[in-house]
Design a protein around this ligand. Sequence first.
Ligand SMILES: Cc1cc2nc3c(=O)[nH]c(=O)nc-3n(C[C@H](O)[C@H](O)[C@H](O)COP(=O)(O)O)c2cc1C
Length: 167
Amino acid sequence: MENPILKRRSVRKFKETPVSREMIDKLLEAAMAAPSACNKRPVDFYVITDEEKLQEISMAGRFTRMKAPLIILVVGNLKRALPLQLADYWIHDAAAASENILIEATALGLGSCWCGIHPQKRMMQKVSQILGLGEKQLPFSLIKIGHPDEFPEPHSGYDKSRVTFLE
Ligand SMILES: Cc1cc2nc3c(=O)[nH]c(=O)nc-3n(C[C@H](O)[C@H](O)[C@H](O)COP(=O)(O)O)c2cc1C
């Protein structure tokens, strides 16, 4: 199979066909296989397939409105975060988990799009309110997933001018 890392593109049009529970489990397994600073794993996941909730959450931002049958919301859990100045590593962990979901989605033949929430305070508040998150739970990304109804060509972003080789 083509390398899913290089094949991955943001997909914003999806078929209505639901994503199977088996596939959802694989996406979550991939998310939780991501590296984590000191292995604290301060990340929670919300799987949303309820039509009303999907719509409500999708309206939280201007660029999150595309219709998809599945959203995985990646949430930082500060109760599990590292102490003091290391606490912000939750952001890195949440990003690594988010990326793993996208790669696994591509490997499964699904389309996906990472929609950023953190650090946009208003969006974070809206999503927290809709899902009744605790005050130590910070919405990070909202990942739209479904069977794709558009197929953007893979693109290579490899640009050697951005790299310094110390040889
Ligand atoms: C942190 C982050 C936030 C993003 N937020 C959005 C978003 O709100 N809506 C959207 O349609 N795409 C969003 N994207 C997807 C980017 O627009 C997309 O990755 C970029 O245009 C490159 O295209 P590609 O993913 O197809 O390679 C986001 C991506 C990242 C990494």
